[in-house]
Design a protein around this ligand. Structure first.
Ligand code: ZN
Length: 680
């Protein structure tokens, strides 16, 4: 648990723009920033961030809140963990009071592994700069490869000593536990960093001894794993030059990209990402001024990696060495990028060059000029390449057409696909209609899996929409706990809508004069919106039913008592996460939702243009009507219960009287609202 003062400090420091920018590419529009929503699938940016209000809000799926809400939602963390995340990001020291053993345990593994990796990273850096061996071997290696101090620092490069026990012993001596040093399977994933290898006989040694070290950072800059390269002198007879940290709780190589942390700002700025293969390709390109570059860690590109890039841009340029085998192997992964809706270009380097050597041997302006002149659209590139391979061989040409068809069919955008059919037909010298036909056949074939995926996506969107319409109390339940939408939840939705509407009047127009009460020989007494609504609730003995609404009303009342109108931030920056996310939804859409509310009832008049009293009254009456209906339902239930037991006649009669009162009341309210009630 974190004490209140620290929580306040975290809330004050957690700048929403910094927090969201780690995950979403944002562009400035007016005073706000917009990007594609990370919570629902969309092509146009409807996700907004307001630095002034320190909140985010999506106009598509209506998710909103402050920095804490964002981290909770995006990283799927509980409130407490989200606070810790932000404290860490904004360098706020957290003095923790005691945790329960369960909390401690859950929290420990990941945290300990990250801390250990950080420790190891610093140790490897010190090895390289402060030991003779490190300088003579590790540092010399990077220098010979042409990397300067800044690059070494930016990517936090280091060196692991050749003494096979050096790191493990130092870590143990520094108080780190062996279980986090080694890699142990806990059934599903591995816990532990695997920096140390443990033999069956108990003998332990460093995984990376004698290697130069490349820390692999998460999107937020945490060291989640390492790549280690054997040095040239030792590569003779060694097949595997590079070794990576094993898969673990914190490191999944198919979900991470080398260099993403250092590249993300530049990717957003340039609206483009270069994809290369190896660590040194990234370093050389970055050093030569092209900073929007990442590597796939030597694995075949995965969907998760593509989606990681897609958070920042829709444009990918893949760089290939000139060698033939490499190109053909790499081509395969690209259909997947097309299917994700990204625009893919290909840059083929001159024979014998790789991105590393090419970037090293050319100035940044030469590099940029070369890219500009040689970047080719992927599908056209592939067509030309395969066409060259096929020559005049008809069988090979048929294969080639199939291959191209697969790529074109993967493109989800209809117009783009048609353009490719046109271009490629021309290139391959076949009838456009034939290619179009083949593509369509392929689509119907390949899409079984895609359809399934799309189906799931639609299902997710539907659920999201449903969630948006539910009350916050319902949202915090898991799907299993949530009752199916029945009459009762529908009633709750209406109650939630009306309580929200009343809150909006209070917050937006609370200090506006609603009417004057004339008195003889005395100055007229004014009644504000706030006084009127609060009084109406009081005399009718109504407390708000929806949790978040009630809490907001409490905040409102306690500030109104001091004769001040509460500022929006009092709600949106509230330390109760349910309240803040609900408040953002309510306040951002202050006008829109009101309009929707009144449009439904065919009587929208902007409150600014008078009629405030009329609209407040109608809202209050609608609200009282719903509450009375709930009351009638409750009484019905009570009577049914009483009837199951003997000797309850008196109590039943009592309830029936009460029921009569409410029924007459509701008919009267219904009349004033134009709702026809069945009269019994
Ligand atoms: Zn959204």
């Amino acid at each position: 648990m974190i004490d209140d003062a620290t929580v306040s400090k975290i809330f004050d420091a957690a700048n929403i723009l910094d927090v969201v920018s780690d995950f979403v590419a944002l562009k400035k529009r007016g005073n706000n920033y917009f990007g594609c929503c990370p919570f629902h699938n969309e092509k146009t940016a409807s996700f907004s961030v307001s630095p002034a209000k320190n909140i985010y809000y999506c106009f598509g799926c209506h998710k909103g809140g402050n920095s804490v809400n964002f981290i909770m939602e995006h990283e799927n963390l509980p409130y407490y963990e989200a606070l810790k995340y932000l404290a860490n990001k904004f360098h706020i020291e957290v003095t923790e009071t005691e945790r329960t053993p369960e909390e401690q345990e859950r929290h420990d593994d990941r945290e300990s592994m990250i801390v250990l990796n950080e420790f190891a990273k610093n140790y490897f850096i010190r090895n390289m700069t402060e030991t003779e061996e490190g300088r003579a071997i590790g540092y010399k290696y990077f220098k010979e490869r042409g990397f300067n101090e800044e690059t070494i620092k930016t990517y936090e490069l280091g060196y692991s000593l050749s003494d096979r026990k050096a790191f493990t012993e130092f870590a143990l001596k520094s108080g780190y536990q062996l279980k986090y040093l080694i890699s142990t399977s806990n059934g599903q994933t591995n816990s532990g960093t695997g920096l140390t290898i443990k033999h069956d006989d108990g003998y332990t040694f460093d995984r990376f001894s004698g290697r130069v070290m490349f820390p692999i950072h998460s999107i937020t800059g945490k060291v989640i794993g390492f790549g280690g390269r054997v040095l040239d002198a030792r590569t003779k007879g060694v097949n595997v030059k590079y070794m990576n940290s094993p898969q673990s709780e914190i490191y999944d190589k198919s979900r991470s990209l080398y260099g993403i942390y250092q590249a993300k700002a530049s990717i957003v700025k340039n609206d483009k990402c270069f994809l290369v293969e190896g660590y040194t390709d990234v370093l050389s390109m970055h050093q030569s001024g092209i900073e929007n570059v990442v590597a796939s860690n030597g694995t075949a590109l995965t969907i998760e990696q593509i989606r990681l890039i897609k958070k920042f841009t829709n444009n990918i340029t893949v760089l290939y060495d000139g060698d033939d085998a490499g190109i053909h192997a790499a081509l395969r992964g690209i259909d997947m990028i097309l299917a994700e809706g990204l625009n893919v270009k290909v840059l083929l380097l001159p024979d014998g060059e790789d991105p590393d050597s090419f970037a090293r041997n050319h100035s940044s302006s030469e590099l940029e000029a070369f890219i500009g002149a040689n970047e080719t659209d992927f599908v056209l590139f592939k067509t030309r390449l395969l066409l060259g391979d096929a020559g005049n061989d008809p069988i090979k040409k048929a294969e080639l057409i199939n291959d191209i068809v697969a790529s074109i069919a993967a493109i989800s955008d209809d117009i783009k696909r048609l353009l490719y059919v046109k271009e490629c037909a021309k290139l391959m010298d076949i009838e456009e209609a034939v290619l179009k036909d083949a593509t369509e056949k392929k689509i119907s074939k390949i899409t079984y899996q895609q359809l399934e995926a799309a189906q799931k996506e639609r299902e997710r969107e539907r659920r999201q929409k449903e969630m948006a319409e539910q009350t916050p109390a319902q949202q915090s339940q898991t799907p299993e706990q949530r009752p199916i939408l029945n009459e009762e939840t529908a009633l709750n939705n209406r109650v939630c809508e009306l309580e929200s509407e009343l809150l909006k009047y209070l917050i937006q127009f609370g200090d506006k004069v609603l009417f004057e009460v004339k008195k003889e020989n005395e100055p007229a007494e004014i009644v504000t919106v706030s006084q009127y609504i609060l009084n109406e609730l009081k005399i009718n003995n109504i407390a708000f039913k929806i949790d978040a609404c009630r809490k907001m009303l409490d905040i409102y009342i306690s500030t109104a008592e001091h004769n001040t109108t509460p500022d929006d931030s009092l709600f949106t920056q509230c330390h109760d996460a349910d309240v803040s996310s609900f408040a953002v939804k309510l306040l951002v859409s202050k006008n829109e939702v009101s309009k929707e509310f009144w449009d439904k009832r065919n009587r929208y008049v902007p409150p600014e243009q008078g009629h405030l009293k009329e609209m407040v009254d109608i809202t209050l009456n609608h609200y009282k009507f719903e509450i009375a209906q709930q009351e009638i339902k409750n009484i019905g239930k009570i009577i049914a219960q009483l009837q199951t037991e003997p000797d309850n006649d008196e109590k039943i009669a009592e309830q029936l009287t009460k029921l009569g009162v409410f029924q007459r009341y509701i008919i009267k309210l219904g009349d004033s609202l134009g709702i026809v009630m069945p009269r019994k």
